[in-house]
Ligand binder design. Sequence first.
Ligand code: SF4
Ligand code: SF4
Length: 389
Amino acid sequence: MRWLASLSGRQRLWLALTLVVGLVIIAVGAVRQGAAGQPPPVDVSVTMTAKQIAPQLGVTGKSLARELGLPLDIPKEKPLQELGVTDEQLEHVVHHLLGHRDSTLKYYAFVALVLFALVFLARLGRPDGSPAADRKMWYPRWPYIVVLIIAVALCGFALGKSPNPMEGAVKLFKSFVGLYPSVLDKVVAFLFFAVLAVVGSKLICGWACPFGALQELAFSLPILRKLKQRKLPFAATNAVRSVLFVIVLLLLFGVVGGRKGLVLYHFVNPFNMFNLDIETASVGITIVAAIVLSLALYRPFCQLVCPFGLLSWLLERISLFRVKIDRERCTNCGACSRACPLQAAEGRVEGKRLPADCFSCARCLNVCPQDAISYGFVGTKPRVQSGSP
Ligand code: SF4
Ligand code: SF4
């Protein structure tokens, strides 16, 4: 609370405006979702064909066939029961596909959370005029924890699994093999998440993704502190998620296996937990493993598996706001590297061209004895406080 009391009048205005604008954005989202009304009821049975059922579920016949475990090229005019589909199978698939329907409100909630994160990191974290001797009070953890709890509660359990950044990436590639009626819709959804990753380094992952937030909250628990100081080598974790991504694409496009449409990520999609729809044992194991490992390891799912994590890491090169190092002040003392839960700060201090992912978590922003590290717009000089060494 000392941080809040130390904010200048201008910073308090920023805070108040950001909160008001964030609430307005969420209110607009709620109104738009309400205006769209309930989706039309689904009326399907196994006596109908894939061609009749698929449009009601917002997918193509191919996608429906894939969900039912049938070859993608089933005769679309044949009733499903003649293809051996049972009522239970169809009911299960319908339930699952309806869970994929996007919540309009969630898109707005993501924007509001990212907006708050950006203003906090770039404008509010350091009270204006606060001397470097007070830097321990900069960037307090509690606003971050509050936002993470909102991300899990609102963008996760309250509004369901879809949309989310990981599926934004996966559905983009699925649309390229004809699993969705519109490729354009999926391109736009992916671009939405990509923009929120670019505006500030991985802000959508660091501050708003519900499964990312759940891992971050688990990691933030004050236990296993010694283990938390160990970091997996970025070269290894990035290689794992990159190889997985290539294998997924080869299977999805039928280059390997000879059958298009297999989506390996479905077997490890932790976002299903927000619909209480644990489809397979592998999904349940992924969720439990990721959360338990997060008690000692920073965001294991993001580091090792998530395709959006990989793509947004590439996009970090063009992020507009990011952690910046003032090379003239930096003495390479290693304080920021020790505070960073990944090899991200270290890579930036060393000036690596492709450093590890930075989730904009702010842990490094109040530890530098030289005040050489800050969060700001890429085109400006790092901000230095009065009273800095
Ligand atoms: S990398 Fe992590 S935070 Fe980002 S979309 Fe994937 S699960 Fe969410
Ligand atoms: S501590 Fe690491 S991940 Fe967090 S903001 Fe700093 S560099 Fe990025």
